[in-house]
Design a protein around this ligand. Structure first.
Ligand code: HAM
Length: 421
């Protein structure tokens, strides 16, 4: 077909996948609300500056992956590549900051990154996430992880591992950065230009490199955890202790860093055994105590996670099928269309889901469609019924049927539904 296809890296969420996503989201909302998180939504686009400052101007996301455009008023806007920075902005621009802290918030929606499309990696994808703003207690880090973990459990998604690290803070990170630079300096000439640039501008970004030579050197590179200051060490120990109280297993991973610049201290990801390489994360998150100031607001600690719903639904067991319409109202009489529409509307008014089939096909073809569509009841308006203002209601399971006035179709349908329970 020579039609116009969808843009590369995007998906049409057909009903089955859309249902799976809705199911995952519904469970996510239910689990997070058990922990006191309230849902909010922010716009799909924001000022470009928000992400440049928040996510970091040396990150891959900002330098290579943003969908940035100028609107008709000459403003630079960006389709959001992630949800944390917008949530922090919304917190400061609303009454949320006056409510008791921490503000526990959840969100979901489409995100956009000009990434190389592949399995589980898209240019438009959907995140569900939570953020807790206004408190620096390490126990809150564990709480956020618990929300993510319990959500996975509720979805029946196994084969996961929680990777945990601390990447230090403004006090200890400079020493780690120095050590990293010293480690790579003798090898600079052999590194790709992109990685040399990373070392020059923000050495920690070298840990995102996909280059095999860098990967080899990383195996012996200094570890973040060897450089933690006392405050970071204590916080990290408390996160681990709290995770043990939640009985959530974790793997310490001193090589784990995150692709966004705003993190301090706790960084974590949930990996799945069927996702490989750099794309193996179902979730990512961590603490970002400096983000608020980067955005020009007063200091405000925060911690959160976000999960890719496409990845989660690709790996979670399929949910029970979406409930389909229960009743089909049919006629093969050209002049019966009005009666079918009125019957269907009466039933819908009584809360039932009804497919009205008043088209020109034969009754037999329509009955077949109703059966394939999973109908429980069919309401048939044949020539005789039409003449007398009646409708025949048939229970498909056992063929039991009853006729009655079209005006009383709700009662006839209810009686048949109840006698089958
Ligand atoms: P992130 O690690 O960049 O973190 O993204 C979180 C999750 O979004 C990933 O683990 C993955 O499941 C999904 N994801 C990311 N990029 C793609 C893509 N191109 N295609 C499909 N799925 C993708 C953040 O975005 C942070 N805001 C998380 C956070 C919340 N940190 C603190 N609070």
């Amino acid at each position: 077909m020579a039609g116009i296809s969808r843009p590369r890296g995007t998906n049409d969420l057909l009903p089955e996948r859309r249902w799976a996503m809705e199911h995952a989201l519904r469970i996510g909302l239910s689990v997070s609300s058990q922990y006191g998180y309230r849902h909010l939504e922010t716009p799909i686009f924001e000022s470009t500056e928000l992400f440049v400052r928040g996510v970091g101007d040396t990150t891959d996301v900002v330098t290579r992956e943003m969908y940035t455009f100028q609107d008709r008023g000459g403003r630079s806007l960006t389709l959001r590549p992630e949800g944390t920075t917008p949530v922090v902005r919304a917190f400061w621009e609303s009454e949320l900051r006056q409510a008791p802290l921490p503000a526990r918030l959840s969100y979901w929606g489409p995100m956009f990154r000009y990434d190389r499309p592949g399995r589980g990696r898209y240019r438009q994808f959907t995140q569900f996430g939570v953020e807790a703003l206004g408190e620096s207690d390490p126990e809150l880090d564990a709480e956020v992880i618990a929300v993510a973990w319990r959500w996975l459990e509720a979805l029946g998604l196994g084969g996961t591992s929680l990777q945990l690290n601390s990447i230090g803070d403004a006090i200890c990170r400079p020493r780690f950065r120095e050590a990293l630079l010293r480690h790579f300096e003798p090898h600079l000439a052999h590194l790709p230009e992109l990685d040399r640039d990373r070392l020059r501008r923000n050495p920690l970004r070298i840990l995102d490199s996909k280059d095999p030579e860098v990967a080899r050197l990383l195996a012996t590179a200094p570890r973040t955890t060897d450089f933690l200051c006392e405050g970071c060490l204590e916080a990290f120990a408390r996160v681990q202790e709290a995770l043990s109280s939640y009985e959530i297993p974790f793997q310490l991973n001193p090589l784990l860093v995150r692709g966004l610049d705003y993190y301090q201290r706790t960084a974590f990801e949930v990996w799945h055994e069927d996702l490989h390489g750099a794309q193996n994360a179902l979730f990512g998150g961590g603490r970002y105590d400096g983000l608020s100031e980067l955005l020009g607001y007063p200091a405000c600690p925060g911690v959160g996670f976000a999960a890719g719903l496409e990845r989660v639904t690709m790996l979670a067991p399929a949910p029970p099928a979406a409930p389909g319409p229960l009743v089909w109202a049919l006629t093969a009489q050209p002049e019966g269309a009005g009666a079918v529409i009125r019957i269907a509307e009466k039933l819908r008014g009584a809360g039932l889901a009804v497919v009205a089939d008043a088209g020109g096909r034969s009754l037999k073809a329509k009955m077949r469609s109703a059966e394939r569509g999973g109908a429980g009841l069919v309401c048939i308006v044949g020539a005789e019924e039409l003449r007398q203002g009646l409708v025949t209601v048939r229970r498909l399971g056992d063929g039991t049927q009853a006729s009655g006035p079209a005006d009383s179709v709700v009662e006839t349908a209810r009686a048949l539904l109840q006698s089958s329970e």
